[in-house]
Design a protein around this ligand. Structure first.
Ligand SMILES: *[C@@H]1O[C@H](CO)[C@@H](O)[C@H](O)[C@H]1NC(C)=O
Length: 287
């Protein structure tokens, strides 16, 4: 009895201390809200490399600008998001379970009109790729609204790499409604279980992001992610059509596959596959 009372007191005290502790400043990333101290902008022309349990940020000339501890690899980057809330609200995905790695993954889409209302919401649209463990993501991202990378009531593009605690991004580049984006993810080399990838928006300087020494990336997605949306008009009108979706394998082949979809019907967000497969596939996310 006494021991359990003491234990209860201790738990209460600990809870108090935790709650009373100053909370780290949190900022929005395509992996949800994260500690600002773990957000890293990649210098123009720079790149990333896993070295042991560190991730290095290298400048264009190869100098190591920064080295940060890798996040706990047992943790997934896509924090579990309640349906009908915020985060990954609508998406299509495919997991490569074959023996040949994904060598390239391309997607084209048009920058939508700006949303009719601005209530401080953030909208991310991207294709992305993650390892089997789900503990990292590489993604060329179109963003409306604020994030850790900057942004505001306009559309901008940047490439991002996230591990369970660190977030790396290239400096956002503004873009305009109607512009066609080509988000490409490429396996540039591999050696054993060490893979080097690049992602960028074709033809948009400053968006190239390479990561060396990564795990094999197997889970491909086309995603709408949002935060702080208060009303349907906080989304752009109409739909976003991800087209020219092409997946190639390292063995030169094309996977025989079909896309799985996730919608958020309660909020009027629907993902549909117009053309399935790995060659010129088309997926629509309707707002
Ligand atoms: C490499 O780039 C960094 C960052 O721009 C710079 O500080 C450094 O002087 C450069 N080193 C050489 C050898 O050019």
């Amino acid at each position: 009895m006494r021991a359990s009372t003491a234990a209860t007191f201790l738990v209460g005290l600990l809870a108090h201390l935790v709650l009373a502790a100053p909370t780290a400043e949190m900022v929005l990333t395509p992996g949800g809200y994260r500690a600002k101290s773990n957000i890293h902008e990649i210098p123009a022309g720079g790149r990333l490399a896993h070295v042991g349990n560190m991730i290095q940020v290298l400048s264009a000339n190869g100098t190591v600008m920064k080295a940060v501890q890798r996040g706990d690899t047992a943790t997934r980057v896509k924090s579990a998001v309640a349906p009908l809330a915020t985060g990954w609200v609508a998406y299509a995905s495919w997991l490569n379970t074959g023996s040949s790695p994904i060598a390239s993954f391309t997607t084209s889409w048009k920058v939508p009109a700006v949303p009719r209302t601005n209530n401080g919401q953030t909208i991310f649209l991207f294709n992305s790729i993650e390892p089997n463990s789900g503990n990292a993501i590489l993604q060329p991202v179109l963003q409306y609204g604020p994030s850790a990378a900057g942004g505001g009531s306009f559309w901008a593009v940047a490439s991002w790499y996230l591990d369970p605690s660190n977030t790396f991004f290239t400096t956002p580049v503004r873009t305009s409604p109607g512009a066609t984006l080509n988000g490409i993810i490429t396996l540039t080399s591999s050696s054993g279980s060490s893979f080097t990838y690049n992602t960028q928006f074709t033809g948009i300087g400053g968006t190239s992001l390479s990561i060396a020494g990564a795990a094999q990336l197997t889970w491909a997605t086309e995603t709408l992610e949002s935060y702080g949306v208060t009303t349907a008009s906080d989304y752009p009108a109409g739909s976003t059509v991800f087209s020219g979706i092409n997946l190639k394998l390292a063995n030169g082949g094309t996977p025989s596959m079909s896309w799985s979809t996730q919608s958020d019907a309660a909020d009027g967000l629907f993902t549909s596959v117009n053309t399935d497969g790995a060659t010129n596939a088309q997926i629509t996310i309707e707002y």
